[in-house]
Write a protein that binds this ligand. Structure first.
Ligand code: CAA
Length: 380
């Protein structure tokens, strides 16, 4: 057992930390307020290889391991969770899915520009009536011979407007239930595909969340991922890795808030001394540090299992459940330590607290993670 990071992993973590400080921190409060997508920053992240981190270099990626991805996600999320969700979706849900299950033609056409960050992708599973109950797809993809005809609506889609490539999950044969679902690659601009208005959200307000409407959209058969009926398994397998990304995002949000609270506690004085010297605050910081370290270990363990080609469904779900709930608690405490200052925007912690909430909801709510975990431990 070796807890040391490799030189390369440390270098990636430092590069992500520098990028977050120099490129993401300036303007992060304004982007949150104005709900502005960090387009320029995402472009730079693509150029630095952060959008296709684990993709084989022969497909334009950085060829790194999942542990490096976790480290980079933590650093980016400390500063700007609206940028890190773009990074997470593009890496874990879109690039990973295409690299592992796409055809060579699909990889050349879509994966290469996605991994280089020249374009970004979206993963379209959720619907108005299919969130946690993901098998209950109402969007249809009817087999018309050499193409599928897609009709329906997808909700809360990250990168909804800024994406160029959309992996859309839809029902082809309802009689086969989840075994009749397909995953199709849809391009922006295909006739009948309309992006709805941007959602006005509590947190990650810079991220670009939209509903998508499909009316008789013709998608060529060669855009189906995997065999006929593989769509639901594709979504589940892809989300299993996505959960490691969101767990790391939650970890980063929490550690960002903790670092701010620690610094503030050493500067702010009350009753004649720094507030860090009051046990009430020092114990809060101790609890936060332990929780963050535990989440970090869960995230890295899940990433390591993925890198070792072991099954990571359980460890990924555990990491996401723990890190998301922990991020909510830690960010609330960070606001509390800041007192009145924590409640205003300039101190960042109120934004981090709002951003933490979504990590308990997307890519499987905390309750869904408990389903995955309990089924896994009970079946063992
Ligand atoms: N790997 C491979 N296959 C899997 C799997 C996995 N991790 N998990 C489930 N499956 C397979 C099952 O084996 C089963 O297939 P068979 O019938 O062939 O055995 C099939 O999928 C159906 O599984 P279940 O019977 O377990 O299905 P269920 O209805 O009980 O639901 C669930 C399972 C885990 C609750 C699932 O519906 C789920 O994960 N729901 C949450 C959906 C979700 O995470 N949505 C996030 C939206 S994307 C997003 O948020 C992205 C973003 O923008 C940030």
């Amino acid at each position: 057992m070796n807890f040391n990071l490799s030189e390369e992993q440390i270098m990636i973590r430092n590069a992500a930390r520098d990028f977050a400080q120099t490129e993401l921190l300036p303007g992060v409060i304004e982007r949150d307020e104005k709900q502005q997508f960090p387009a320029e920053q995402i472009k730079k992240m693509g150029e630095l290889g952060f959008l296709g981190m684990m993709v084989d270099p022969k497909y334009g990626g950085s060829g790194l391991d999942t542990v490096s991805y976790v480290l980079a996600m933590e650093e980016i999320s400390k500063i700007d969770a609206s940028a890190s969700v773009v990074m997470s979706v593009n890496n874990s849900l879109v690039c990973w899915g295409l690299e592992h299950y796409g055809t060579e033609e699909q990889k050349q056409k879509y994966l290469v520009p996605l991994a280089k960050g020249e374009i970004i992708g979206a993963f379209c599973l959720s619907e108005p009536e299919a969130g946690s109950d993901a098998t209950s797809q109402k969007t249809t993809a009817i087999d018309k011979g050499d193409y599928y005809l897609i009709n329906g609506t997808k909700n809360w889609i990250t990168n909804g407007n800024n994406a160029t490539v959309y992996l859309v999950i839809a029902q082809t044969d309802p009689e086969k239930m989840h075994k009749g679902i397909n995953a199709l690659i849809v391009e922006k601009g295909m006739e009948g595909f309309v992006v709805g208005p941007k959602e006005n959200k509590l947190g990650i307000r810079g991220s670009d969340t939209h509903s998508l409407m499909f009316t008789d959209v013709k998608v060529p058969k060669e855009n189906r991922i995997g065999e006929d009926g593989f769509g639901f398994k594709f979504a589940m397998k892809t989300l299993a890795g996505g959960r490691i990304g969101i767990a790391s995002q939650a970890l980063g949000i929490a550690s960002g808030a903790y670092e701010l609270a620690l610094k503030y506690s050493k500067e702010r004085k009350a009753f004649g001394k720094e507030i860090s010297k009051h046990q009430a605050i020092a114990f809060k910081l101790a609890d936060m540090a332990v929780q963050i370290e535990a989440a970090r270990h869960l995230c890295i363990k899940a990433a390591w299992e993925k890198d070792q080609k072991q099954n990571y469904d359980l460890s990924g779900a555990m990491a996401k459940l723990y890190a998301a709930d922990m991020a909510m608690q830690v960010t609330i405490e960070a606001v509390q330590i800041h007192g009145g200052y924590g409640f205003v925007k300039e101190y960042h912690v109120e934004r981090l607290m709002r951003d933490a909430k979504i990590t308990q909801i997307y890519e499987g709510t905390s309750e869904i993670q408990k389903i995955v975990i309990s089924r896994s431990i009970l079946n063992d």
